[in-house]
Design a protein around this ligand. Structure first.
Ligand code: SF4
Length: 358
């Protein structure tokens, strides 16, 4: 390595932890090739197996009503808006049936922050689904929703999580993290969970034995130092609990949002940030490529820039789709993307266990 950042990259490749200052130096670098090679070396050390994975699930957005206002969101409708919906059960069941028929084992169930639905409504939703589809994992309710449920129900966080778990909640998606720095959150969201509470939802869920994923949406109003601060907060919590299964990052999609004047971050920024994520997050085992926002080609290349997983074959995706850019890949395209890189594709569940019986 002849690059100016070579000593830092060697350190990370050897499994030594990077400091926030070192993380910042890496993300400020433009040496994408060196960052990618180092991230790939770390991925191969953590995942020497000849497989790269994906899973099959479906996004189910049970409501688009949202009491919060996020400038980057084109999906939500405020309470009382004529386009507000709450998904009827028959529609929901049909979506799950289709998912199961395609070999899916899970639904990713998220919504806006509905102003009125009581906690009992969510409990009933979970138990109705589990009664009909006991084999399907409900990967549901991102930390902002869980935090919102504590406000609506006036119940402590642990009680809310225990009641939802009892009703059938399987794992938590890491959505709504954006950038875990309150300066950024206050600039782009109103009425939505701040950093400490986002982390605390995960902390308590992990303490209960639960697992969740961690995400980052970048390329809007944050600085590079704030991206590193975000990674550092995740790393600190993971040291405490070990409950994050994976990290997924993607670039902000500006179309049809209140931030549409911000030019979209491109492939260079995406690959660089993900590579730094792999180098920095030495305690999170898996990184998912975000082909939904980056497309097939960059999504495939991401497997050489720190990712070891292609994420989900998402049968339906509404949230990013509302903001313009969304890519659909078939299962055969995902498998081919993995094979072209010299790996064997395998299907996994949310806990990264192989479920294809091969
Ligand atoms: S991102 Fe989530 S919390 Fe924010 S407005 Fe959209 S639906 Fe509501």
């Amino acid at each position: 390595m002849s690059s100016a950042i070579a000593p830092l990259l060697e350190k990370a490749v050897d499994g030594e932890r990077l400091t926030p200052e070192e993380g910042l130096r890496l993300i400020e670098s433009h040496d994408l090739t060196a960052l990618g090679r180092a991230a790939d070396a770390v991925t191969r050390r953590l995942h020497p197996e000849p497989y790269r994975t994906s899973n099959i699930d479906r996004n189910v957005n049970y409501t688009n009503e949202c009491a919060a206002v996020c400038d980057f969101c084109a999906f939500y409708r405020p309470p009382g808006h004529e386009e507000v919906y709450v998904l009827p059960r028959e529609v929901l069941y049909q979506k799950i049936e289709e998912t199961v028929a395609l070999g899916g084992d899970q639904i990713l169930m998220q919504g806006g922050l509905h102003a009125k639905l009581p906690l009992e409504w969510y409990e009933e939703l979970l138990s109705d689904i589990k009664t009909r589809f006991p084999q399907v994992n409900i990967h549901g309710f991102s930390p902002p929703e869980i935090h919102h449920f504590t406000k609506v129900s006036k119940q402590p966080l642990r009680v809310v999580l225990e009641r939802l778990k009892q009703a059938g909640l399987g794992s938590l998606p890491g959505g709504g993290a954006e950038i875990l720095v309150d300066r950024v959150r206050k600039e782009i969201t109103r009425g939505k969970v701040l950093t400490e509470d986002w982390l605390n939802v995960n902390r308590v869920w992990h303490e209960m034995g639960g697992r969740s994923s961690a995400t980052m949406m970048f390329g809007h109003v944050e600085t590079l130092a704030e991206r590193i601060e975000h990674l550092d907060r995740l790393r600190q919590l993971q040291d405490e609990t070990g409950g994050f299964t994976a990290f997924i990052c993607w670039t902000f999609q500006p179309d049809h949002t209140a931030l549409s004047h911000i030019p979209p971050a491109g492939a260079f920024e995406y690959l660089k940030t993900q590579a730094v994520g792999r180098l920095y997050l030495d305690n999170i085992p898996n990184i998912q490529s975000s082909w939904v926002t980056q497309g097939e080609k960059i999504g495939q290349l991401a497997l050489y820039f720190g990712a070891n997983d292609m994420g989900s074959l998402m049968i339906e995706e509404n949230v990013v789709a509302q903001a313009g850019t969304v890519y659909h890949l078939s299962l055969s395209t995902i498998r081919r993307s993995i094979e072209e890189l010299g790996y064997i594709p395998r299907q996994r569940n949310v806990f990264y266990q192989y479920i294809d019986g091969e």
